[in-house]
Design a protein. Structure first.
Lengths: 304, 313
């Protein structure tokens, strides 16, 4: 009884030494002092706030049913900050509503691929042997296959819809998470606290999700942040090519596509969605890059 | 040398299942597409029995593995089917691909040249002046160029160099060599960001190694130390990833060709998607995917050649 209590205490200490709480405290503490993290995080907070508040902001309807001829292709003015498009719709309002679409698709896709990747990678890395052989083979297959082509193939075949875009991105993206998770699980499973909890009779699933997973949190967060940036790029590219988000739903990629014929006449149609798109992608990339430097100082400035 | 050969053979064996996966994905595309394929080829008033006869004739009633097998069989004989677009009806997909492929290769070659002629000097410069304002400027450039989606960069370049200043033609191929500059620049710039970052970090790593200090202590001029000795070692890892860049260029080419109406494989693919011309889409994806897989293979080989430790792993 005494022995068991002693072990439990030590286990707790070990878990705290590398557990969820500590990782989060570490991220916030060190992140505050990294300018990339601060800038990236600020951009993300603003974009998320705009996306969430879109229905309550005092803006024109992004998808009006009728075309008002007088409103077509107006240049930016106090009443239409970003001007209007070829159908007389307010570009500012469409850009803000586009944020909602972009962020929803990107985060859902990343969460989906994160879940699939974590479960498969964790299983492969933790159990090893034949299970690992089969799962890593599949991971390698999808990892080698060009992500954008895969997403394009699926989006084209499934037909354009929001759900299909999410699916297409997830299918092409989960392998990255699985690879990362497998590598992490391989090293963490050898650590002493895992052995200790096994000695205490903990089930495999418990060890995997309460001991191994929290210790892989830091790199997963870095990857997820960069993943959202990639997913936004893929979503906007698919929409640009006409197989992503369908009109009249406002989407940055499609707005840019519609802007090309009007570059001379109404450059604001493409410029504003493009700027916001770039800033958003930059925000997630900055956060990911900065966190990587913070969490893994050895890599600082060395990795491309 | 024997270990290098066996390493390359092992890597080639690994590429085979990926190519098979590519064919399966491409085959599956037709399966996932909503709608009945025979409706399109059947006469307007065909009865249910007629439709079924057509399905039998084209093998749509066979079980999935049988259909996949016959698809692979035709593929092995170079038969990718026929286009169903109005403009190119009944033209064989293989012919279309052969016709468009050189355009895409041309674009990639010039893009790759731009990427390396820009990225390597910039990276070296940034590494030699680490933490200076010049270095920071280069890093900000790479950050933005890397985050920039290629279609948006293309539109910006189009506005700057064509729509407002009329220096270069905006679209198509009518402008001769001038026409390829904008799309190639768009493709090259994004990749240049990656090359710059790699070159910078590689140079930083080499710069602080002992043999560089030793060369300096022998009294060699700084110019010689950097350009003759450090650069030669630092450039190796950057060159070896040239194969991986192909993957980036393939994805980029599809988008960039669409922006500039450049008549290559990417443009063919997007127009075919819009026309629901799936045999052509299948062909394009297959060819592009094989490109990327071969690119990865080349990267592996160069890497193993440059760094003998890899072969043994």
């Amino acid at each position: 009884m005494m022995l068991r209590k002693g072990l439990n205490d030590r286990l707790l200490a070990w878990k705290m030494a590398g557990g969820v709480k500590q990782t989060i405290v570490e991220i916030i503490d060190n992140g505050r002092r990294n300018s990339m993290v601060v800038v990236g995080f600020t951009i993300i907070v603003i974009m998320v706030a705009l996306a969430l508040l879109a229905p309550w902001l005092p803006m024109a309807d992004p998808t009006p049913r009728t075309i008002v001829q007088d409103d077509v292709l107006l240049s930016p003015s106090p009443s239409h900050w970003f001007g209007t498009d070829e159908l007389g719709r307010d570009v500012f309002s469409r850009v803000i509503w586009g944020t909602r679409v972009s962020l929803t698709v990107a985060t859902t896709a990343v969460v989906l691929s994160l879940m699939v990747g974590v479960i498969l990678g964790l299983t492969a890395g933790y159990f090893g042997g034949a299970v690992d052989y089969i799962i890593s083979g599949t991971i390698d297959l999808f990892w080698t296959f060009p992500a954008f082509l895969l997403a394009l193939a699926f989006a084209a075949a499934l037909g354009p819809s929001l759900m299909n875009v999410i699916l297409a991105i997830s299918i092409s993206y989960w392998a990255g998470f699985a690879r990362l998770m497998r590598g992490q699980a391989l090293t963490v499973r050898e650590r002493q606290f895992v052995e200790a909890s096994r000695a205490l009779g903990a089930k495999n699933s418990r060890i995997m999700f309460t001991h191994v997973l929290p210790n892989c949190l830091a790199p997963l967060i870095v990857w997820a942040s960069i993943g959202v940036a990639d997913a936004i790029t893929i979503e906007s590219s698919l929409s640009f090519l006409g197989v992503g988000t369908q009109p009249p739903t406002p989407s940055w990629g499609y707005m840019l596509y519609r802007g090309i014929p009007y570059l001379e006449e109404a450059p604001w149609m493409a410029t504003f969605p493009g700027m916001v798109l770039l800033i958003t992608i930059l925000g997630f990339n900055l956060l990911g890059d900065g966190l990587r430097d913070v969490l893994d100082p050895r890599m600082k400035g060395l990795r491309p | 040398m024997a270990d290098l050969v066996s390493y390359i053979i092992r890597k080639m064996m690994l590429a085979v299942p990926v190519i098979i996966l590519a064919t399966f994905i491409v085959f599956l595309m037709l399966y996932l597409t909503p709608g009945d394929p025979v409706i399109a080829i059947a006469p307007p008033h065909a009865s249910a029995a007629d439709l079924d006869a057509l399905r039998d004739k084209y093998g749509f009633n066979d079980p999935l593995p049988v259909q996949y097998g016959s698809f692979l069989w035709r593929l092995l004989h170079g038969d990718l089917g026929q286009s169903v677009s109005v403009g190119t009806l009944h033209v064989s997909v293989g012919d279309l691909l052969v016709q468009k492929l050189p355009r895409t290769l041309e674009l990639m070659a010039i893009g790759l040249t731009i990427s390396y002629t820009m990225g390597i000097p910039l990276g070296v410069y940034a590494a030699l002046r680490q933490n200076s304002w010049g270095d920071r400027g280069v890093m900000v450039f790479t950050l933005v160029a890397y985050a920039m989606p290629s279609f948006w960069l293309g539109i910006l370049l189009m506005m700057a160099l064509s729509v407002y200043t009329h220096i270069l033609p905006a679209e198509g191929t009518v402008g001769g060599f001038g026409s390829i500059i904008l799309p190639a620049l768009t493709l090259g710039l994004g990749n240049a960001a990656l090359t710059t970052r790699m070159m910078r970090s590689s140079m930083l790593e080499v710069k602080r190694q002992d043999f560089i200090t030793q060369l300096r202590s022998r009294g060699l001029p700084e110019r010689e130390v950097i350009f003759k000795h450090a650069l030669r070692n630092a450039i190796l890892p950057v060159i070896t990833v040239i194969g991986l860049d192909i993957g980036w260029f393939v994805g980029g080419a599809v988008v960039v060709e669409t922006v500039f109406s450049w008549p290559g494989l990417g443009m063919l693919m997007t127009t075919s998607i819009q026309n629901h011309d799936f045999p052509v889409v299948q062909g394009c994806i297959l060819v592009l995917a094989i490109f990327v897989i071969l690119g990865n293979l080349v990267a592996d080989m160069l890497y193993a050649y440059a760094d003998p430790r890899v072969r043994l792993g």
